[in-house]
Design a protein around this ligand. Structure first.
Ligand code: ADP
Ligand code: ASP
Ligand code: MG
Length: 422
């Protein structure tokens, strides 16, 4: 009997009616003979509500004690929705039991609010499955070696589901969400976006890491590492549609690079408003400056994304990089108080009103001129490019945030992504 993992996102779990609908769908799969493990997110808005309450009491702080409590707090959203789903399944006449991450346990490191899964104990789950029960496991959370509850970062239930699927050697992991698959770009921003029947694992990895929030990046990494067959599909189809039809709907994350995929030069466009730019101006241009600036930033546990160093003029240069917006103030403080005086730089300035737009496609490997086509489109729209970075299968630019939608729409058109694929 094959084991299947379903994951339901916040909107799909957003009300008791929707939870009933999820229960009916899962019951259908269970009655069809599949061993079922279900990973729910918190009901939509719940994680934000909880974190908002914390903020009302004390401003967000990097303090470890505060971060620990955020995880203790945020993890309750998934605990509630998991129990509600178990109750709904029992009401459907399906034996079901829910577990919080710590009860299995799902072990993680201790990086509160962005913990990484280290191992998953499967004994309890396997025993329940053998008894014919549907097992529900909270998404988004685990437990560290000191028995502290941890969470996996926003959108982390995707990662829980794929990691659980890998640990249980499930035959497939189905991510049910509020769109019916992975699109050429966010369909809420570009209504002309088209659903992809398949997307290569590598492209999905780039799309997720460049800001496409349909899957959390870590979930795609897990799928790649453990070769978990992964599909994104809608939870809003009628629960009683034919199971085979449902099982082949949505978008498959494919590990094979077939010829058809090679034909699309650009498969998708991702964008990300979560970054901020920091520029250190007038740095004496001598060996070691990148290390002095970025070494201090890394030591403060701040992740850096794009980096650019200008040509030097009169022995001085400017050095810019991007960090997560949440780290913007911390990075500025660090540089102003410590690094800039040591370096003898003129000043440090920050800009939170930026966004990163990326074109992604494995076809870029075998085609030249793709990046220049992107730059041409942006210049025709009068959009200034502040930073550029490339990899084998993507080109990203940082632009002013106010041009984000315009840029994404124009690029979507330029690369023919609004045309129906044959
Ligand atoms: P869930 O709560 O189910 O995890 P998310 O909100 O995390 O759902 O992810 C689904 C959302 O991702 C969609 O509603 C859509 O707005 C957004 N999205 C961004 N990029 C894409 C894309 N390329 N294809 C589909 N959806 C996308
Ligand atoms: N509830 C968590 C969040 O809102 C995790 C998830 O939904 O995947 O980020
Ligand atoms: Mg999500």
């Amino acid at each position: 009997m094959s084991l299947i993992v379903h994951k339901y996102g916040g909107t799909s779990m957003g009300s008791t009616d929707r939870i009933k609908n999820v229960a009916k769908r899962v019951a259908k799969w269970s009655r069809a003979g599949y061993q079922m493990v279900v990973v729910p997110s918190a009901m939509s808005g719940e994680t934000n509500r909880l974190l908002g309450l914390a903020k009302e009491l004390a401003p967000t702080s990097a303090n470890l004690a505060y971060q620990r409590e955020l995880d203790m707090l945020a993890s309750t959203g998934e605990q509630a929705s998991s129990a509600l789903l178990a109750i709904a399944l029992q009401a459907e006449g399906v034996e079901s039991v829910s577990y919080a991450g710590w009860q299995l346990p799902i072990r993680t490191n201790s990086a509160f609010t962005k913990a990484r899964i280290e191992s998953i104990e499967d004994q309890r789950v396997m025993a329940d499955l053998a008894k014919g029960k549907v097992v529900i496991i909270t998404g988004f959370q685990g437990v560290d070696e000191h028995s502290n509850i941890t969470t996996l970062g926003r959108g982390g239930s995707d990662t829980s589901a794929v990691a659980i699927a890998a640990a249980l050697k499930a035959s497939e992991c189905l991510i049910y969400t509020d769109v019916d698959g992975v699109y050429t770009t966010d369909p809420r921003v570009v209504p002309e976006a088209k659903r992809l029947l398949t997307i290569s694992f590598e492209e999905m990895l780039e799309m997720a890491s460049m800001g496409s929030k349909v899957l959390q990046i870590r979930s795609v990494e897990f799928a790649g590492k453990y070769k978990v067959p992964l599909r994104v599909l809608s939870s809003f189809t009628p629960w009683d549609i034919d199971l085979k039809e449902e099982a082949s709907s949505g978008t498959l994350i494919s590990f094979e690079e077939d010829e058809k995929m090679e034909q699309a030069i650009v498969s998708g466009i991702a964008f990300n408003r979560d970054e901020a730019k920091i520029s250190v101006i007038g740095v004496p241009d001598k060996p070691g400056i990148a290390y002095q600036i970025l070494g201090a930033v890394a030591q403060a546990n701040i992740e850096v994304d794009m980096i650019i160093q200008n040509l030097s003029k009169d022995g001085k240069t400017d050095f810019s990089f991007t960090v997560h917006r949440n780290d913007h103030a911390k990075t500025l403080d660090l540089l102003k108080n410590q690094v800039v005086p040591e370096l003898g730089a003129a000043e440090v300035v920050g800009d939170t009103k930026i966004c990163k737009v990326s074109i992604v496609g494995i076809g870029m490997r075998s085609h030249v001129g793709v990046a220049s086509k992107m730059f041409k489109t942006l210049s025709e729209e009068g959009i200034n490019i502040q930073m550029i970075s490339t990899s084998e299968i993507k080109t990203s630019v940082v632009i002013d945030e106010k041009y984000m939608e315009l840029a994404v729409r124009a690029l979507h058109k330029t690369f023919d992504l609004d045309q129906d694929k044959a």
